[in-house]
Structures are given as C-alpha cells and as structure tokens.
Design a protein around this ligand. Structure first.
Ligand SMILES: Nc1cc(-c2cccs2)n[nH]1
Length: 249
C-alpha cells in the first residue's frame, strides 16, 4: 500500500519513522511518502494561503497550490490512468467521524493521499474538483474537538491503517479482540505479574487455567465495559451473539 501525506509541516510526520509503522516501511509493507506542500508554490515567498472571500478571520489555503500538489501525488499530471483504488482523505473538524470500520476499508486501498490543511482550512473547490474528477474523497473528523492542522489526524490514520496491513503486527489474533474490533466491543481488562500489587489481586479466574471459563469471563467483562462506557455501541451488537455468551462452555 502507498500512503502520501501532503503538509506544510513535514517534520510533524517524523514519528512515522518509529516503532511499528517505521518497521513496516523498512520491511517494504508500507510505501509512505511525506511531501512539503510549499514545493508546489510558484512565488519566492512560497505562499500557500490567502485571505477568505466574504471576509472573516484567518487565512484559507489556496486551491491552485493544492491542485498542483494533488495532481502530482495522485499521478494525474501525465496522460495515463493511475493504478488501483485511490482515496483522498481530508482531515477536518467538519468531516464525517472516523471509525474502525472506515479504517478497515482504507486498509484495502491501493493509494491513500492525506491532504493536511492548516489555518481556516483548504479552499472548498479542491475537494469538489477531485470528487468531480472521479477520485474517492473523504472529509473526516477524529472527534468533536479542534486541532490546529490535519497532521495529527494524518498520524492517527496512518497508524490505524498500517497496523491492519498483513505482516505488520506480530499476532493478527490481537486485532480481533481489541476495542472496536470485529466483536464490536470494548476490550476486557488485562493483568500481568505480580499476582498481587498494592493490595490488589488478579481475578482468580485468570489463574484457573480453565480456558473456556476465562474466555467467557473476558467476554462478560467486555460486554459490561461496553454497556457502561459506550452504550451507543451496545445497540449495534448482534443479539444472537449476546445469547451465545450465556451458553455453557
Ligand atoms: N477532528 C478534528 C480535525 C481537525 C483538523 C483538521 C485540520 C485542521 S483542524 N480538528 N479536529
């Protein structure tokens, strides 16, 4: 998979040289390219923004600069058809909420392009232009809070997607039981040595060696946590699945 990130702060993405994503890049599992938007400016000051039409505070990012950058990165400057499914992702507080289901879909794409806006945002014609040109455009939000730019959202998306790519995480089973995983639940509480700490013991069941009972206990705790912390998620569970957990093991 190829991921391109276009930003005026390329250094923000240096964290993607580290840990799991960094290893995936070195192992050739992820082709991640970070681009400085200013490389597509044409003036000596390398200007990327201007004042908003209609007035208002702040500055808006120019469509012409973004257009040159995205045409290049999307491979739309030559005549040929770009290979495979491309998605243009635009982080914005006014976007659709990013969910694990969306991340799972993005992990199947051939090329993701992240356009990191700053200031008051990117001229609205940019997203319209590429959507009209047949590019899959998704304006997405991380949540109901405002950041200064799209770079942090890009870090989130790259990590969330990269860890789903084949060969990136050591044990793919761990992807199944985690929060928001296939089961649609929050994950159960986890414990390790020492068995007693600060006057607190590890739940007895986990020391029993009875794997069936441990599995049922974990599922019960996952359900309990989900009901307590994210009642909105409980409604999406399959009742047949809920019934399954009560069956004798
Ligand atoms: N969820 C979310 C996204 C953002 C921004 C994206 C780009 C600039 S600010 N803030 N909050």
């Amino acid at each position: 998979m190829r991921i391109d990130v276009v930003t005026i702060f390329p250094g923000y993405l240096d964290a993607l040289d580290l840990s799991l994503v960094g290893k995936a890049r070195r192992d050739g599992l992820l082709d991640l390219r970070v681009h400085d938007l200013r490389d597509w400016t044409t003036d000596r000051h390398r200007t990327v923004d201007d004042t908003p039409f209609g007035g208002g505070a702040g500055m808006v990012m120019r469509p012409d600069v973004w257009g040159r950058a995205l045409d290049d990165v999307l491979g739309r400057t030559g005549g040929g058809d770009p290979a495979g499914r491309q998605v243009l992702l635009v982080p914005t507080p006014s976007g659709e909420r990013l969910t694990q289901r969306t991340v799972e879909d993005l992990a199947t794409v051939d090329q993701l392009v992240l356009a990191c806006g700053r200031y008051e945002g990117i001229d609205a014609r940019v997203a319209e232009h590429y959507a009209d040109a047949g590019v899959e455009v998704r304006e997405f939000s991380l949540g109901d809070y405002v950041l200064n730019g799209g770079e942090v959202a890009a870090l989130v998306v790259v990590e969330a997607v990269a860890r789903l790519l084949p060969g990136v995480v050591g044990n793919p089973q761990s992807l199944v039981e985690e929060s928001h995983g296939a089961a649609g639940l929050l994950e159960y509480p986890v414990y390790t040595k020492p068995p007693a700490w600060a006057g607190r013991e590890v739940p007895e069941i986990l020391l029993s060696g009875h794997h069936g009972n441990i599995a049922r206990w974990r599922r019960d705790l996952a359900l309990e946590r989900t009901a307590e912390r994210r009642p909105d998620m409980v409604g999406t569970l399959d009742p047949a699945d809920l019934d399954r957990r009560d069956r004798a093991v």
